[in-house]
Design a protein around this ligand. Structure first.
Ligand code: PEP
Ligand code: MG
Length: 585
């Protein structure tokens, strides 16, 4: 139930993308949202029955459509999964149970239907059989579709909204960005999520204020309600008064001034007070994220290609990929572009993939290089497209989620095969392309000396590295407080990787969110990092800060922090250092 029809009320969450926005809310409902229950008149029962029948017909049309699309893009065998959905949809026993309840009780039909479905799921759950487990998943999926139809809620509706809106949802997956016109999103508010979820990362790079971890927001706020979102402090004000709006407008102008100060550092040399050089690269999801003034940036340190796949909602072919990579190379104006191979899985799922591979623990599962080495045709296509884009400017290949040297060798083997094919076909490509490994799994971090033997460069993906070191799912809000970049284990492992990469004589950069953390960047410099990659929006602030310190200060900071034994001590040391820099002239 939405609270307070017109009274101002506040909600609090964790801010993961800065900025202030105000406008109307659009509440996206999803699986976690409770099915509404209300009483109906006995005379309405016939109409309720018809509502269910119509919803089933519509759901059937949807399923047949998705089946046809999937059959075209992936294959008939995979598309056959929808035959099971059609059977569940028309299951007579569920309909009898629903209509029986509708007859006996005076409740709305979606509620009766959900009770019937729950009853069957409950019975199925007692049977320990993989086939039955699959049927439970089908039943959940199909029943959600039917209930959505009855409630008139469809995610696709978002795409046709003409006015900019604040999206409110229990969860907003990275693939959901593909359903909406991003320019129409004023802000995003979710119940789930965390600082390093890909939704948060994308929001930051799109400059969309985003607040996560707002308990019950999808129920407390209703579509059309006027909201004010303070993405600096994680505050949401519903039905804000004139006074509140004025207060936040002032706050926004203060933040704008501070950002102007940071951005004034953009054209300045990238060197510390004592002349140590560093380089600030940008993370992108496509050419559109590359700023015009590329002279202010060292290049593209991370091109997350999977976001392009998610936007398309499918596996684009080689030429479509080539176009996308070539556009980035051109927009980078001669600066290097590090293209990461497909990192699907975890919280980045193509809906097609999700249907084919349902995983209990996706972050530990069929992700990134594991998926690619198993889907050679799809991987080859991407490698060919990257190699060809390399003929247009300096391009490097980055392999995600590497666990062992074997994976790097296998990927390199496929790169060589792709080169050979392109050579035979007479197509232009970069035959000397550099191949780097992402260090984001502890096994790779601890064997960095071995991985380095097969890698031309190393990029530390701190977002994943932290979750795997600490066994804290990066998108699970229930354990978000345990996701501690300042944990001594994290500090030691990053330091170890940097040192060992240096000993091996290969360049090492950081492309995870820590690189853009104003309290962390000096520590990384002190550890030996000279290449940082982050969303273009963060570069001004990090450059401003690094230009205000000396390498000696950074190394002293690193030595101090390495001796600390508790996360909170590390936090306070880093915060006081940051405060000192900001105060210094
Ligand atoms: C990381 O894990 O730090 C990283 C840069 O990759 P992603 O956030 O896309 O998983
Ligand atoms: Mg990662």
């Amino acid at each position: 139930m939405a609270s307070g029809a017109n009274n101002e009320f506040e909600l609090k969450g964790l801010s993961v993308s800065k900025g202030i926005a105000h406008g109307e809310a659009f509440v996206m409902l999803n699986t976690d949202f409770k099915v509404p229950v209300y009483e109906i008149k006995p005379s309405d029962k016939e109409r309720e029955r018809e509502r269910l029948q119509t919803a089933i017909i519509r759901a059937r049309e949807d399923i047949l459509k998705v089946k046809a699309e999937l059959s075209e893009s992936v294959g008939e065998a995979e598309a056959a999964i929808f035959d099971a959905h059609l059977l569940v949809l028309e299951d007579v026993a569920i309909l009898q149970e629903t209509f029986g309840m509708l007859e006996r009780e005076n409740f709305n039909v979606e509620y009766c239907y959900s009770c019937a479905v729950d009853k069957f799921i409950g019975a199925f759950e007692k049977i320990d059989d993989p086939f039955i487990r699959e049927r439970i998943a089908d039943l959940k999926d199909v029943s959600k579709r039917v209930i959505d139809k009855m409630l008139g809620r469809s995610t696709l509706n978002m795409g046709i909204l003409s006015d900019p809106l604040i999206l409110v949802s229990s969860d907003f997956a990275p693939s959901d960005f593909a359903l909406v016109d991003k320019s129409k999103i004023l802000a995003i508010i979710t119940e789930k999520g965390s600082q390093t979820s890909h939704t948060a990362i994308l929001s930051r790079s799109l400059g969309i204020p985003c607040i996560v971890g707002v308990e019950g927001v999808a129920e407390k706020v209703s579509t059309g309600q006027f909201l004010l979102v303070d993405g600096y402090n994680g505050n949401i004000v519903a039905n804000p008064t004139e006074n509140t709006l004025r207060h936040y407008t002032e706050l926004e102008s203060v933040h704008r001034e501070v950002q102007k100060l940071f951005d004034s550092a953009l054209p300045m040399p990238s060197s510390t007070l004592d002349g140590e050089q560093f380089e600030l690269f940008i993370n992108i999801s496509g050419a559109a994220d590359i700023p015009q003034a590329m002279e202010n940036y060292a290049g593209v340190g991370l091109f997350r290609t999977e976001n392009f796949f998610l936007d398309m909602g499918a596996f684009p072919d080689e030429d479509a990929q080539y176009e996308a990579y070539a556009a980035a190379v051109k927009a980078a104006k001669g600066k290097p572009v590090v293209i990461r191979t497909l990192d699907l899985g975890g919280d980045k799922n193509l809906s097609l993939m999700k249907m084919v591979n349902k995983e209990e623990n996706p972050f530990m599962g069929y992700r990134a290089i594991r998926f690619c080495l198993d889907h050679k045709d799809c991987f080859k296509q991407q490698l060919r497209a990257i190699l060809r884009a390399g003929a247009l400017g300096p391009v490097k290949i980055l392999l995600p989620m590497i666990c062992s040297i074997r994976e790097v060798e296998r990927a390199r083997g496929m790169i060589e095969e792709a080169k050979e094919d392109l050579r035979k076909e007479g197509k232009a490509f970069d035959s000397n392309i550099q191949v780097g490994s992402m260090i984001e799994v502890p096994s790779a971090a601890l064997t960095i000396d071995i991985i380095a033997k097969a890698s031309d460069f190393i990029s530390i993906g701190t977002n994943d590295l932290i979750q795997y070191i600490l066994a804290v799912d990066r998108v699970n809000d229930m354990v978000a407080h345990l996701y501690e970049p300042t944990h001594p284990a994290v500090i030691r492992i990053i330091d170890h990787v940097v040192r060992r990469a240096q000993q091996a004589g290969i360049p090492v950069s950081v492309c995870g969110e820590l690189a853009a953390d104003p309290t962390f960047c000096s520590l990384l410099l002190g550890m030996g990092i000279r290449q940082f990659s982050m969303s273009a929006k963060s570069v001004g602030e990090i450059k401003y800060l690094l230009r205000k310190i000396s390498l000696k200060q950074a190394v002293d900071l690193r030595n101090d922090v390495m001796a600390l034994t508790r996360s909170r001590h590390v936090i306070s040391r880093l915060r006081s250092f940051h405060y000192e820099i900001m105060q210094s002239k």
